[in-house]
Design a protein around this ligand. Structure first.
Ligand code: SAH
Length: 488
């Protein structure tokens, strides 16, 4: 079972840089033990002009059978023979993909401290998989790889037996990919598509496989014409999971189509660690102000819209008055971080029943968000392009219609007080706009009027007599609720 990765170079940019990018030295053959056998990395050629790394997986058939016990294919007792007479040890397959992820983990994430600019740039690549099991045949292999930026995708059926061509083709193909791609992109494609073509995953698909798939498919899967087949096969035809993945990919695709850069959106979630903004104390003051406002509104069931990495969700969980907390974000990466921060997987049952994380875009109405006491939009509106704001207003105030809505956003007037912020700059690269107090009031008053809410404004952070506070917060209350109180 093996594949080779080759690149070409020049004396200034020697091909042997591949060794740095893969984090495997060209002059050393290395072996790694994996759960299914031993993976070897060696370099059949390594010169400035041409360098080839080979990944070879020596599968231990006994370990494979033992691990497979009772787990789908190869595990049933009547499949005993198949356990020994199968192609696993010889063909590239999902096992090779697992070995690839284990041996080239850092390269797969596109990280290379020694030469970051080389890792970030496309390089001339040639990847060969001599025996690729391909259910769906050469046509499907082409349909999967051709949309991914390769200049040549060569797929050659492998004859069942070279001496007896009349026996026809086996279910294997020889695959050669050539083109200028980022190494990390090429590795991520293989990591997903090798098991898809093999279509017989050797291990049980756990729910976090959806996250793994979306992570490895970042930047190419959402727009792939065969994304449905890829998702269904990758998740071994477990339709529930496949549907979840398809829905999430669809949202990413919509976000991309709208010009909402998902990368930027993801970067935006690191805002709270951006020391330039001195945000740590301010972020805390913001959370305190939000908690206080929720408390005085008597809210128990709360939506955190654009929850990012889940800091507010975490704070809400600590207070038993909040019985139901729903974090919503468009970014899978942010939600993954949030789930980890909250230790969702290790949470006790009662605690876990109080919290839900949902992926969704606030630019669309969403039935799941109806019927809550309050919604918080903390530092979210400025991440949307201005023309999308009416859609967000409709989705939140028109469709979800919680009794209370809290919206915070930076006050641009205060920016002159940030010593490190050059004049005329916004506080974060992904902010599409930053408003003066008047602009925010105008927008908020308009929304309140259109949807039947009253609105009040609360400064958050030091309230400067000239320029106001760094964060501005609007507290919206549904008018029919206010009336109820007055008449009660
Ligand atoms: N509320 C958090 C995070 C603010 S950063 C806090 O106060 O710290 C803005 C967040 O809004 C990001 O996590 C981003 O992914 C999310 N976001 C941006 N546009 C969105 C949209 N259209 N739908 C849902 N979330 C969105």
């Amino acid at each position: 079972m093996f594949l080779t990765i080759s690149t070409t170079g020049t004396p200034e940019r020697p091909a042997t840089d591949l060794g740095f990018l893969l984090h495997k030295h060209p002059e050393r053959a290395q072996a790694f033990s994996t759960s299914h056998g031993t993976a070897h990395v060696l370099y059949p050629e390594a010169s400035a002009e041409r360098c080839t790394a080979a990944l070879l997986l020596e599968v231990d058939p006994v370990a494979l059978v033992r691990r497979g016990k009772g787990k789908g294919r190869g595990g049933a007792p009547d499949a005993a023979l198949a356990q020994y007479v199968n192609d696993r040890p010889y063909a590239a397959s999902s096992l090779l993909a697992v070995a690839l992820a284990r041996v080239f983990k850092t390269a797969l994430h596109g990280v290379c401290q020694a030469m970051p600019e080389r890792a970030a740039a496309p390089l001339p690549l040639r990847i060969e998989v001599p025996a690729l099991p391909a259910r769906g045949g050469a046509g499907l292999v082409r349909a999967l790889f051709e949309p991914l930026g390769w200049s040549a995708v060569e797929v050659e059926p492998v004859a069942l037996d070279g001496e007896f061509p009349e026996w026809g083709d086996s279910r294997y193909v020889r695959l050669v990919l050539e083109g200028e791609l980022r190494l990390a992109d090429a590795l991520n494609q293989l990591y997903v598509l090798l098991p898809v073509l093999d279509d017989a995953k050797h291990y049980w698909v756990a729910p976090d496989e959806v996250d793994k798939l979306l992570r490895a498919g970042d930047g190419w899967l959402a727009g792939h014409p065969e994304r449905k087949l890829i998702t269904a096969r990758y998740l071994s035809r477990r339709w529930g999971l496949a549907r979840e993945a398809t829905e999430r990919l669809e949202l990413v695709r919509l976000a991309e189509a709208e010009g909402l850069d998902v990368e930027d959106v993801d970067n935006a979630v690191d805002e709270s660690t951006d020391t330039e903004e001195r945000p740590v104390p301010l972020a805390e003051q913001r959370r305190d102000a939000i908690l206080a406002a929720l408390d005085s509104a008597g809210a128990a069931r709360v939506l955190d819209l654009g929850c990012g990495q889940g800091q507010l969700v975490q704070a809400l969980l600590k207070d038993v008055r909040f019985t139901e907390i729903v974090g919503v974000d468009v970014s899978v990466r942010a939600l993954t971080v949030a789930a980890r921060r909250l230790r969702l997987d290790r949470m006790g049952e009662r605690q876990a029943a109080r919290v839900t994380l949902l992926q969704g875009s606030l630019a669309y109405t969403d039935k799941r968000l109806a019927g809550y006491d309050a919604a918080v939009l903390s530092e979210v509106i400025e991440h949307l392009d201005l023309p999308r704001l009416p859609a967000l207003a409709y989705a939140v105030f028109g469709a979800a219609r919680p009794r209370t809505v809290l919206v915070t956003t930076p006050n641009v007037e205060y920016n002159v007080r940030w010593e490190s912020l050059p004049a005329g700059h916004v506080r974060h690269g992904d902010h599409r706009f930053e408003w003066t107090r008047e602009e925010f009031r105008d927008w908020a008053a308009g929304v309140a009027g259109s949807y039947g809410y009253g609105v009040e404004f609360v400064p958050v952070g030091p309230d400067d007599p000239e320029v106001g506070s760094p964060t501005q917060m609007a507290v919206f209350t549904r008018t029919d609720e206010t009336l109820k109180e007055v008449t009660a």
